[in-house]
Design a protein around this ligand. Structure first.
Ligand code: SF4
Length: 219
Protein backbone atom coordinates (compact mmCIF):
# COMPACT_ATOMS: atom_id res chain seq x y z
CA UNK A 1 0.00 0.00 0.00
CA UNK A 2 2.74 2.48 0.97
CA UNK A 3 4.79 1.36 -2.02
CA UNK A 4 1.87 1.92 -4.39
CA UNK A 5 1.23 5.42 -3.04
CA UNK A 6 4.93 6.27 -3.24
CA UNK A 7 5.12 5.04 -6.83
CA UNK A 8 2.42 7.54 -7.78
CA UNK A 9 4.43 10.34 -6.13
CA UNK A 10 7.65 9.06 -7.74
CA UNK A 11 6.18 9.11 -11.22
CA UNK A 12 5.03 12.72 -10.76
CA UNK A 13 8.44 13.63 -9.37
CA UNK A 14 10.30 12.03 -12.28
CA UNK A 15 8.51 14.19 -14.81
CA UNK A 16 8.63 17.33 -12.65
CA UNK A 17 9.85 20.61 -14.11
CA UNK A 18 8.77 22.65 -11.09
CA UNK A 19 12.10 24.46 -10.67
CA UNK A 20 15.29 25.22 -12.60
CA UNK A 21 17.06 22.10 -11.30
CA UNK A 22 15.06 20.02 -13.78
CA UNK A 23 17.22 21.45 -16.60
CA UNK A 24 20.54 20.20 -15.24
CA UNK A 25 19.68 16.92 -13.51
CA UNK A 26 20.60 13.52 -14.93
CA UNK A 27 18.28 11.61 -12.61
CA UNK A 28 15.60 12.48 -10.12
CA UNK A 29 16.79 11.16 -6.74
CA UNK A 30 13.54 10.12 -5.11
CA UNK A 31 14.39 7.95 -2.09
CA UNK A 32 16.14 4.91 -0.70
CA UNK A 33 15.01 2.34 1.86
CA UNK A 34 12.13 -0.03 2.44
CA UNK A 35 8.87 1.91 2.89
CA UNK A 36 7.12 -1.14 4.37
CA UNK A 37 9.56 -1.52 7.28
CA UNK A 38 11.10 1.95 7.74
CA UNK A 39 10.34 3.58 11.10
CA UNK A 40 12.53 6.63 10.53
CA UNK A 41 12.55 9.20 7.72
CA UNK A 42 16.05 10.66 7.34
CA UNK A 43 16.20 13.91 5.38
CA UNK A 44 19.39 15.21 3.81
CA UNK A 45 20.08 18.39 1.85
CA UNK A 46 20.20 17.58 -1.87
CA UNK A 47 21.64 15.02 -4.30
CA UNK A 48 25.34 15.29 -5.12
CA UNK A 49 27.21 14.07 -8.19
CA UNK A 50 27.09 10.34 -7.38
CA UNK A 51 23.46 10.57 -6.39
CA UNK A 52 22.62 12.36 -9.65
CA UNK A 53 24.44 9.60 -11.59
CA UNK A 54 22.76 6.70 -9.78
CA UNK A 55 19.37 8.11 -8.79
CA UNK A 56 19.93 7.05 -5.13
CA UNK A 57 20.48 9.35 -2.15
CA UNK A 58 23.59 9.14 0.06
CA UNK A 59 25.74 6.85 -2.11
CA UNK A 60 28.96 8.90 -2.30
CA UNK A 61 31.66 9.12 0.39
CA UNK A 62 29.31 10.88 2.80
CA UNK A 63 26.72 8.17 2.23
CA UNK A 64 29.25 5.43 2.94
CA UNK A 65 30.20 7.15 6.18
CA UNK A 66 26.52 7.45 7.11
CA UNK A 67 26.12 3.71 6.48
CA UNK A 68 28.97 2.98 8.89
CA UNK A 69 27.49 5.15 11.63
CA UNK A 70 24.01 3.67 11.18
CA UNK A 71 25.33 0.13 11.22
CA UNK A 72 27.44 0.75 14.33
CA UNK A 73 24.34 2.09 16.10
CA UNK A 74 22.35 -1.05 15.20
CA UNK A 75 20.19 0.81 12.67
CA UNK A 76 19.66 -0.91 9.33
CA UNK A 77 19.77 1.47 6.37
CA UNK A 78 17.83 -1.07 4.29
CA UNK A 79 15.10 -1.89 6.82
CA UNK A 80 14.75 0.91 9.37
CA UNK A 81 15.37 4.11 7.44
CA UNK A 82 13.68 5.79 4.49
CA UNK A 83 16.12 8.34 3.07
CA UNK A 84 15.13 11.44 1.14
CA UNK A 85 16.42 14.95 0.44
CA UNK A 86 14.85 18.40 0.69
CA UNK A 87 15.07 18.61 -3.13
CA UNK A 88 15.05 15.68 -5.56
CA UNK A 89 17.36 17.10 -8.23
CA UNK A 90 21.04 18.02 -7.92
CA UNK A 91 21.89 21.72 -7.59
CA UNK A 92 24.78 22.61 -9.95
CA UNK A 93 28.23 22.51 -8.30
CA UNK A 94 26.55 21.00 -5.21
CA UNK A 95 25.44 24.42 -4.01
CA UNK A 96 22.80 24.68 -1.29
CA UNK A 97 19.31 24.56 -2.83
CA UNK A 98 17.55 27.93 -2.89
CA UNK A 99 14.38 28.65 -0.92
CA UNK A 100 12.45 28.71 -4.20
CA UNK A 101 13.76 25.27 -5.19
CA UNK A 102 12.98 23.86 -1.75
CA UNK A 103 9.54 25.38 -1.81
CA UNK A 104 8.81 23.96 -5.28
CA UNK A 105 9.88 20.49 -4.13
CA UNK A 106 8.17 20.59 -0.73
CA UNK A 107 5.02 18.85 -1.92
CA UNK A 108 7.02 15.70 -2.72
CA UNK A 109 8.84 15.81 0.62
CA UNK A 110 5.59 16.24 2.56
CA UNK A 111 3.86 13.48 0.61
CA UNK A 112 6.71 11.05 1.32
CA UNK A 113 6.57 11.81 5.05
CA UNK A 114 2.79 11.47 5.12
CA UNK A 115 2.86 8.09 3.36
CA UNK A 116 5.69 6.63 5.47
CA UNK A 117 4.16 8.05 8.69
CA UNK A 118 7.44 7.49 10.61
CA UNK A 119 7.99 7.17 14.35
CA UNK A 120 10.58 9.94 13.97
CA UNK A 121 12.17 12.27 11.44
CA UNK A 122 15.94 12.69 11.47
CA UNK A 123 17.08 16.02 10.03
CA UNK A 124 20.54 15.51 8.63
CA UNK A 125 22.45 18.79 8.51
CA UNK A 126 21.56 22.48 8.67
CA UNK A 127 19.61 22.70 5.41
CA UNK A 128 17.20 19.94 6.42
CA UNK A 129 16.84 21.51 9.87
CA UNK A 130 16.05 24.95 8.47
CA UNK A 131 13.43 23.44 6.18
CA UNK A 132 11.31 22.66 9.24
CA UNK A 133 12.55 24.92 12.06
CA UNK A 134 13.04 28.68 12.13
CA UNK A 135 16.30 29.26 13.98
CA UNK A 136 17.21 32.41 15.85
CA UNK A 137 20.73 33.79 15.55
CA UNK A 138 22.03 31.93 18.59
CA UNK A 139 20.80 28.55 17.39
CA UNK A 140 23.47 26.77 15.37
CA UNK A 141 23.32 23.13 14.37
CA UNK A 142 25.98 22.38 17.00
CA UNK A 143 23.59 23.65 19.69
CA UNK A 144 20.40 22.13 18.31
CA UNK A 145 21.64 18.66 17.31
CA UNK A 146 20.75 15.78 19.56
CA UNK A 147 17.66 17.49 21.02
CA UNK A 148 14.24 15.93 20.53
CA UNK A 149 11.58 18.31 19.26
CA UNK A 150 8.20 18.24 17.58
CA UNK A 151 7.77 19.39 14.00
CA UNK A 152 4.52 19.79 12.15
CA UNK A 153 4.19 18.61 8.57
CA UNK A 154 0.89 19.32 6.83
CA UNK A 155 -0.97 19.50 10.15
CA UNK A 156 0.53 16.38 11.70
CA UNK A 157 3.09 16.37 14.53
CA UNK A 158 6.20 14.17 14.36
CA UNK A 159 9.06 13.61 16.78
CA UNK A 160 12.25 14.92 15.20
CA UNK A 161 15.93 15.22 15.96
CA UNK A 162 18.85 16.84 14.16
CA UNK A 163 22.20 15.18 13.47
CA UNK A 164 25.32 16.40 11.69
CA UNK A 165 25.51 15.84 7.94
CA UNK A 166 28.07 13.12 7.20
CA UNK A 167 29.85 15.36 4.68
CA UNK A 168 30.80 17.57 7.66
CA UNK A 169 32.20 14.51 9.42
CA UNK A 170 34.40 13.72 6.41
CA UNK A 171 36.35 16.85 7.32
CA UNK A 172 36.51 15.98 11.04
CA UNK A 173 38.17 12.64 11.69
CA UNK A 174 38.61 12.76 15.46
CA UNK A 175 36.60 10.43 17.71
CA UNK A 176 37.65 12.31 20.87
CA UNK A 177 35.00 13.16 23.48
CA UNK A 178 32.88 16.07 22.21
CA UNK A 179 34.13 15.75 18.61
CA UNK A 180 31.52 15.82 15.81
CA UNK A 181 32.03 12.11 15.08
CA UNK A 182 31.61 11.18 18.74
CA UNK A 183 28.46 13.34 18.95
CA UNK A 184 27.10 11.65 15.82
CA UNK A 185 27.68 8.28 17.43
CA UNK A 186 25.88 9.41 20.59
CA UNK A 187 22.96 10.91 18.64
CA UNK A 188 22.40 7.72 16.64
CA UNK A 189 22.57 5.60 19.81
CA UNK A 190 19.94 7.95 21.30
CA UNK A 191 17.75 7.53 18.19
CA UNK A 192 18.11 3.74 18.30
CA UNK A 193 17.14 3.61 21.99
CA UNK A 194 14.21 6.01 21.69
CA UNK A 195 12.73 4.99 18.36
CA UNK A 196 13.81 1.40 17.69
CA UNK A 197 14.05 -0.26 21.13
CA UNK A 198 12.08 -3.23 19.81
CA UNK A 199 14.36 -3.90 16.82
CA UNK A 200 17.49 -6.04 17.09
CA UNK A 201 19.70 -6.60 14.06
CA UNK A 202 22.40 -8.39 16.02
CA UNK A 203 21.40 -11.76 14.49
CA UNK A 204 21.53 -11.79 10.72
CA UNK A 205 19.88 -14.51 8.62
CA UNK A 206 23.04 -16.67 8.59
CA UNK A 207 22.97 -16.77 12.39
CA UNK A 208 19.36 -17.93 12.29
CA UNK A 209 20.12 -20.67 9.77
CA UNK A 210 23.12 -21.71 11.88
CA UNK A 211 21.03 -21.81 15.07
CA UNK A 212 18.24 -23.74 13.38
CA UNK A 213 20.67 -26.35 12.06
CA UNK A 214 22.23 -26.67 15.54
CA UNK A 215 18.82 -27.21 17.09
CA UNK A 216 17.98 -29.82 14.48
CA UNK A 217 21.30 -31.57 15.15
CA UNK A 218 20.60 -31.58 18.91
CA UNK A 219 17.13 -33.25 18.55
S1 SF4 B 1 14.03 19.72 -7.45
FE1 SF4 B 1 11.91 19.07 -7.06
S2 SF4 B 1 10.63 20.78 -7.80
FE2 SF4 B 1 12.68 21.02 -8.72
S3 SF4 B 1 12.50 19.95 -10.72
FE3 SF4 B 1 13.34 18.47 -9.21
S4 SF4 B 1 11.54 17.35 -8.49
FE4 SF4 B 1 10.78 19.25 -9.46
Amino acid sequence: MKKDCLEIVRSKCESCTGCALAKTRKNVVFSDGNPSTAKIVLIGEAPGEMEDETGRPFVGRAGQLLNEFLSNAGISRDEDVYIINTVKCRPPENRVPTEEEQSACRKFLNAQIDIINPRAIVLCGATALKTFVQLDKKQTISKVRGQWMTINVDGKDYRAITIFHPSYLLRNNSMADGSPRRLMQEDLANIKNEILPDIDHSMDSNDVVFMESREIAMV
